[in-house]
Design a protein around this ligand. Structure first.
Ligand SMILES: *[C@@H]1O[C@H](CO)[C@@H](O)[C@H](O)[C@H]1NC(C)=O
Ligand SMILES: *[C@@H]1O[C@H](CO)[C@@H](O)[C@H](O)[C@H]1NC(C)=O
Ligand SMILES: *[C@@H]1O[C@H](CO)[C@@H](O)[C@H](O)[C@H]1NC(C)=O
Length: 251
């Protein structure tokens, strides 16, 4: 039984051990916050992580490949389409961050959002961004083809508290310069309802594994007990017979 258990038990011990001494993952943030930008926009990627006294370098990855710069922020002065892709960073003490996606588009107008997936109650911020911040006017935001907001000067479209009905396909339209009538590509905004995911584990998986092991162990012990009790019972019944036999013989 121990031999059967040991690899799993070892695994549990090992994962518990590493978890205790882990630093949290490094984190990439974008400044400004938009993950979709236009060609020639300026973007600064910052890496949040822990450094050790000897090692204060940051390692950056673009599309999984190491890039040269080793400072905690990586600045792109004028974005090119090739700067698109996923960015990750790590520091001496913080393991590799989750990937952050940057999209560089070549369009006149671009719809930007603080995020594309929201929880109910979150503030939604949409922005109609023009190439090289060229002057725009008569700016309109559309949801599912219907006008939702109009302003003579460019302004962001704010929804203070997102509701599920705010989910949909959004784009913006504006006049650039005196009369260039342009539309952005449409983007989906998703507002998730209050969720009690039925399939999400109530307990961390290691508790479940332990639970299964303990149940298995109990079952094995139980079966063993049952077998031995039965054997004892049979033995004692045979003994009783023997006793009877002896008795009848004796009388
Ligand atoms: C990378 O680092 C060098 C100097 O270390 C700097 O001149 C260059 O602008 C940096 N590039 C980016 C994209 O941050
Ligand atoms: C990174 O990947 C993106 C998307 O797949 C691509 O558009 C971009 O050109 C790639 N850039 C580099 C430098 O690999
Ligand atoms: C821009 O063009 C659309 C049709 O493509 C038109 O409905 C709209 O009124 C135009 N906007 C302005 C401000 O002229």
């Amino acid at each position: 039984m121990w031999q059967m258990l040991s690899p799993t038990a070892l695994l549990l011990l090992v994962s518990a051990g590493t978890r205790a001494e882990d630093h949290p993952k490094a984190k990439v943030t974008l400044d400004p916050q938009w993950n979709r930008v236009l060609k020639d926009d300026e973007v600064v990627l910052r890496c949040q992580g822990s450094y050790s006294s000897e090692d204060h370098f940051t390692q950056w990855f673009h599309n999984g490949t190491v890039i040269e710069n080793q400072s905690s922020s990586y600045s792109i002065a004028a974005a090119r389409v090739e700067d698109s892709g996923v960015y990750q960073c790590k520091t001496a003490l913080s393991p590799l961050s989750d990937p952050v996606q940057l999209e560089v588009h070549t369009d006149w107008l671009l719809l930007q959002a603080s995020r594309w997936v929201y929880e109910e109650g979150d503030p939604i911020v949409l922005r109609c961004h023009s190439w090289k911040n060229k002057h725009v006017h008569k700016v309109q935001y559309f949801k599912d083809g219907r006008g939702r907001k109009f302003s003579y000067q460019n302004s962001e479209f704010h929804i203070p508290k997102a509701r599920q009905e705010d989910s949909g396909s959004y784009f913006c339209r504006a006049l650039i310069g005196p009369s260039r009538n342009e539309s952005s590509k449409a983007m989906n905004v998703i507002v998730k309802g209050p969720t009690i995911p039925p399939d999400s584990p109530l307990f961390p998986s290691w508790i479940q594994v332990t639970f299964c092991l303990v149940m298995g162990l109990l079952f094995a012990v139980d079966t063993g007990l049952y077998v031995s009790v039965q054997r004892d019972l049979r033995n004692s019944m045979r003994d009783q017979k023997n006793v009877k036999v002896t008795w009848s013989r004796g009388s």
